[in-house]
Design a protein around this ligand. Structure first.
Ligand code: KG4
Ligand code: ZN
Length: 332
């Protein structure tokens, strides 16, 4: 069954064609250059750009798969979480396509989509497994018993890890999106600045990243007011290592607590090389098997949505009807 999948939850218009866990094509039209000049995603602009791009991206995805609309058996679309206006473009277009082609429409949760990127990378992967999901909107440690049975073992109580990367990058004068920029800069520095860790002596697996962000802002202000110069590479390195350490520590702890030996990674922050290396080393030490999807499957893409729909259909998911609406705050 060939699924055409549509993802427009943020600033990527992404369409893919998948069959089972195999990606036949995956096209991503990124709006990064447009939002860069505003220092972050402008929701209204994102919606308009999706509207302009979605048809061409869809036709390119079909062409790259060597297929036509008539070869597609189902449509999958991200209905949430994400930006309302952006989601609505994908949902409306998907409904139109499903209706016109008279094929079923599957509504996919963006977070479950991120988790499902692991199924593309590891064709034999089966639950239960632990997922560290760290994106621009979410940071959670999940115990995946099945895609329709996910327990949240820990999550952020304020900013997501990606948001913290983006905000700290802005303070350091780096462009949006900040995660990859901080990673690049950190390579030239060492983690010499001491930054605070939230929930240090507490037992739960939740995160808080607003304190470290504020600490970076205060540190920069203090140094600059005193006439000093911030060593930006060292600060980027200190911030990155602190965030990645707590993400890793809680993920390994979550796996140990649940007695689950397979750990997976998902979401845009999962493309961070420092996090990938640290998580690999710590999982190895703890006797856990870490499955890392390639970096391009960690950030937003359409293929993860199609594969998620496929996996959900295997466990009984039913098609959505044409009353399907976007839900900006959908949970796993
Ligand atoms: O999963 P994603 O593409 O979109 C959401 O669902 O939010 O994640 C985007 C987030 C952004 O905050 C971006 O700065 C971060 O992922 N990100 C990274 C890296 N690449 C993307 N953060 C740290 N290091 C990276 N290499
Ligand atoms: Zn995402």
């Amino acid at each position: 069954m060939k699924i055409l999948s549509i993802e427009t939850s943020c600033d990527e218009t992404a369409v893919a064609v998948t069959e089972g866990r195999v990606v036949l094509s995956s096209v991503i039209n990124s709006q990064t250059e447009i939002h860069k000049k505003y220092g972050g995603v402008v929701p209204e602009i994102a919606s308009r750009e999706h509207t302009l791009a979605i048809d061409a991206v869809t036709r390119t995805a079909l062409k790259e798969a060597g297929l036509d609309f008539k070869d597609i058996s189902a449509i999958a679309v991200t209905y949430g979480a994400g930006l309302l206006g952006a989601l609505l473009v994908g949902v409306s277009y998907a409904k139109g396509l499903a209706y016109a082609l008279n094929i079923p429409l599957y509504a996919v949760n963006h977070l479950k989509g991120h988790i499902s990127a692991n199924y593309i990378a590891n064709k034999d992967l089966k639950p239960p497994f632990i997922t560290l999901l760290a994106s621009g909107g979410h940071t959670q440690i999940l115990k995946v018993n099945a895609l329709n049975d996910i327990e949240i073992l820990g999550e952020t109580v304020d900013d997501s890890a990606g948001e913290a990367f983006d905000k700290v990058a802005r303070v350091l004068g780096l462009p949006y999106p900040g995660g990859p920029e901080i990673e690049k800069l950190a390579k030239f520095g060492s983690p010499d600045y001491v930054l605070p860790r939230a929930f240090k002596n507490e037992n739960h697996l939740n995160f808080s990243f607003s304190g470290i962000k504020t600490a970076v802002i205060n540190l920069v202000t203090k140094i600059e007011r005193g006439g000093g110069v911030v060593n930006k590479a060292n600060l980027a390195s200190s911030f990155q290592s602190e965030v990645c350490e707590i993400l890793t520590k809680n993920t390994v702890q979550g796996a140990k607590n649940s007695n689950i030996s397979t750990v997976t990674l998902a979401g845009g922050v999962g493309a961070n090389g420092y996090l990938r290396d640290l998580l690999s080393a710590e999982c190895k030490k703890a006797g856990l098997t870490l499955l890392l999807p390639p970096k391009h499957l960690c950030t937003d893409n359409g293929a993860m949505i199609g594969v998620c729909a496929h996996e959900e259909i295997q466990i009984g998911a039913k098609p959505a009807d044409l009353s399907l609406d976007a839900n900006p705050s959908a949970r796993v």
